[in-house]
Design a protein around this ligand. Structure first.
Ligand code: SAH
Ligand code: SF4
Length: 365
């Protein structure tokens, strides 16, 4: 049987586990330092740990469970990793370089059941949730890769915007955050972590009530229910009104800023009247909301959608600005390496399926 990754445990959970198995809680600190400071990949590389303790950990946990399948580097320095999980599934993780540091975009599920009509990840329905260990390990794999280049680079920011809906995997997503923000470990501050959701209303409230303290981004993508339901079927379950109420609850509870993501789709939601309607929707929350306009990354299978022109994006931006809405346009990373959400993975899976279909046709001939 496959052993789970030890990265899935917080320091407290590890200490409790050790105590349950007859070891001193304080040993957890040694293990933790080995994992996140020395960044060892084998328990044998923790010589300061008593050998029985090492053997016990080895019996129950693995450190590494992901295998690098592909790594693609873009001209702008973005690196996209495709990892194979122990069960054979493929996931992707992206490293992006910014002026303010290095960010990693992590995947939370194998596929996604929300099925937004413009997204590559939703093409393949969810086969399972990732464990918190598998989510932490994506960050560790990238950090270890950076370590191997010996330039002293460190992952400073995390965006939970890869494949999957993080709020549909709430427990593992929360544990992941608790592990990576721990100041004795990777120490990635919660203000440097952003979780994006398609708008699962009850979970937004649960998130507001939690102690996670990270930034929150909402995939709004439309100024009214008619358009939102057309492009995001989740809007049937959680239309804009309850979504805005949950956002207001979050703002009131946390007094933190929120990002409203808005993909611009040519002739669907990018017209001046849409910008005005969006401004109206956001206006009462304008002091705590930033609209992030996202140029659409075309997906082969969703040919009904095209990217808006530069002029249209500028006009949309200007209309929001004129209406005193805080707005930014997302810089793109790695468009030459299919860095849009789920694209590399879906291409890889399709080519593998193509190969196996060919192989079975050949076998039947
Ligand atoms: N499931 C979560 C997080 C992952 S998607 C969510 O939907 O928020 C992260 C972001 O990428 C979302 O805002 C999503 O709408 C956006 N996205 C998906 N497909 C895209 C594409 N082809 N081009 C640009 N952005 C895309
Ligand atoms: Fe899932 Fe987010 Fe893609 Fe929608 S945009 S299908 S919620 S990953």
């Amino acid at each position: 049987m496959n052993k789970p990754s030890i990265y899935g445990l917080t320091l407290d959970q590890l200490a409790a586990w050790l105590a349950e198995h007859g070891h001193k809680k304080s040993r957890a600190r040694l293990v933790w330092e080995g994992l996140y400071r020395s960044r060892v990949t084998e328990f044998t590389e923790m010589p300061e740990l008593k050998s029985e303790c090492r053997a016990l950990l080895e019996e129950h946990f693995a450190i590494q469970t992901l295998e690098e399948h592909t790594r693609q580097e873009s001209a702008d320095g973005t690196i996209k990793f495709l990892f194979r999980l122990q069960d054979g599934n493929l996931i992707e993780t992206v490293l992006m370089r910014h002026k303010f540091g290095l960010s990693v975009c992590v995947t939370t599920q194998v596929g996604c059941n929300i099925g937004c009509s413009f997204c590559a990840s939703g093409l393949l329905s969810k086969s399972r949730d990732l464990t918190s260990g598998e989510i932490v390990e994506q960050v560790m794999k990238v950090q270890l890769y950076l370590d191997s280049r010996q330039k002293g680079e460190r992952v400073t920011h995390i965006v939970v915007m890869g494949i999957g809906e993080p709020f549909d995997n709430f427990e593992h997503m929360s544990n992941f955050i608790r592990v990576i923000r721990d100041h004795k470990g990777l120490a990635i501050g919660p203000r440097h972590i952003t979780v994006s959701t398609s708008g699962l209303v009850p979970k937004i409230r649960e998130f507001a009530d939690s102690d996670l303290g990270t930034n929150l981004a909402i995939s709004l993508h439309a100024p009214n229910n008619e358009i939102r339901t057309r492009i995001m079927k989740i809007n049937r379950a959680y239309p804009i009104e309850p979504l805005m109420e949950a956002i207001d609850y979050y703002l009131e509870k946390t007094n933190r800023r929120i990002t409203l993501e808005y993909i611009l789709l040519k002739d669907v939601n990018d017209q001046p009247e849409h910008a005005l309607e969006l401004a109206q929707l956001v206006s009462s929350r304008r002091h705590l909301a930033n609209v992030n306009l996202i140029p659409y990354n075309p997906v082969d299978e969703h040919s009904q959608y095209q990217r808006s022109s530069k002029e249209t994006i500028t006009a949309f931006y200007d209309t929001l600005k004129k209406n005193n809405i805080s707005v930014s346009v997302r810089l793109e990373h790695g468009t030459d390496i299919d860095a849009a959400c789920g694209q590399l993975r879906s291409k890889q899976i399709q080519s593998e399926r193509g190969r196996s279909a060919k192989a079975s046709r050949a076998a039947n001939e």
